[in-house]
Write a protein that binds this ligand. Structure first.
Ligand code: CUA
Length: 308
């Protein structure tokens, strides 16, 4: 997995933003060096010396004043034009129907693929090589969607969807974070963007559309528990009666590499600690402690492992 950095752009959009940043940094750096240089030079060259008379006193110089007004004006106009061009390149008008709807929740991300109906959580797959239009919304408070290498930041505002373009030039797993403080577990509102070759992406999307198969043995007991306890009032599993949309859709839970929005790798041991007491693993998480016994936890794990 790549690190979270704006200095390694992997899409045309982030390349444009990165280039703008470089140009601005060079221009502003040069201004700093010139101004600071002149100040230091003047301090040394014109400092007071024993026995020297006061220098000639000057007040007002129209020519010099015009020059030092004109030069900054040109620089500001240059940076403004460059910024406006970058903005219109990285952020063209959104299409009627987005490729992806991403909804921020305290503290996880839901991804809906409106064209196919697929739903994912915290692991957002996209095809490489083309711009993906992303509509961003929130289920509760302000969050901020940020995949540093692939797109700019964008706030998710409840009831006021925002739009961005996201693109990956190569396959890979890119890290994303929530970059606006949104409560206790803001730091663990991480996600990944899995960029795949379009064919692989299509296969993934197909696999996510399938309903969960009917489990047997231990796993069937897990499903029965899932339906008896109040799991269903928050989670959905296609193919069962659970259809709530408060927490992550678990239909393909086992296909995800992590759970709890990046807090743990999706292994049976981690899942056991989570089910024993989610509040201990991720304090403040909306999932309560159901005080499950070891046998029940094993049945749940057996069931979840079938949710490929
Ligand atoms: Cu969501 Cu910070």
């Amino acid at each position: 997995m790549d690190a979270l950095t704006s200095l390694n752009p992997q899409s045309p959009q982030t390349h444009a933003i990165f280039t703008l940043w470089i140009v601005a940094t060079v221009v502003l750096g040069a201004i700093f060096v010139i101004v600071a240089g002149i100040i230091v030079y003047s301090l040394m060259r014109f400092r007071w010396r024993e026995g020297e008379p006061d220098p000639e006193q000057v007040a007002g110089n129209r020519k010099v004043e015009m020059i030092w007004t004109a030069i900054p004006l040109v620089i500001v106009i240059f940076l403004f034009v460059l910024t406006a061009r970058t903005m219109s390149f990285a952020d063209p008008a959104p299409p009627k129907e987005p490729d992806l709807i991403v909804i921020g929740h305290q503290w996880w991300w839901e991804a809906q693929y409106p064209k196919s109906g697929a739903i994912a959580a915290n692991e957002i797959h996209i095809p490489t090589g083309r711009p993906i239009s992303v509509l961003l919304d929130s289920a509760d408070v302000l969050h901020e969607f940020w995949v540093a290498e692939l797109t700019r930041k964008m706030t998710t505002v409840p009831g006021h969807p925002n739009h961005i373009w996201m693109q990956a030039d190569r396959p890979g797993v890119f890290i994303g974070v929530c970059s606006e403080f949104c409560g206790t577990q803001h730091a663990w509102m991480r996600f990944t963007v899995v960029a795949q070759d379009p064919k692989e992406f299509a296969a993934w999307e197909q696999s996510q559309l399938a309903a969960a198969s009917q489990p047997t043995g231990e796993a069937a007991k897990g499903l029965a528990l899932f339906q008896q306890m109040s799991c269903m009032s928050c989670h959905a599993i296609k193919g069962s009666v659970a259809a709530a949309r408060v927490g992550p859709d678990l239909t393909h839970f086992a296909s995800r590499k992590q759970f709890g929005s990046g807090i743990a790798d999706n292994t049976p041991e981690n899942l056991r600690s989570w089910l024993r007491d989610p509040q201990n693993v991720k304090p403040g998480v909306k999932m309560p402690n159901f005080k499950l016994n070891d046998e029940q936890i094993s049945q749940f794990i057996a069931y979840f492992e079938t949710l490929k």
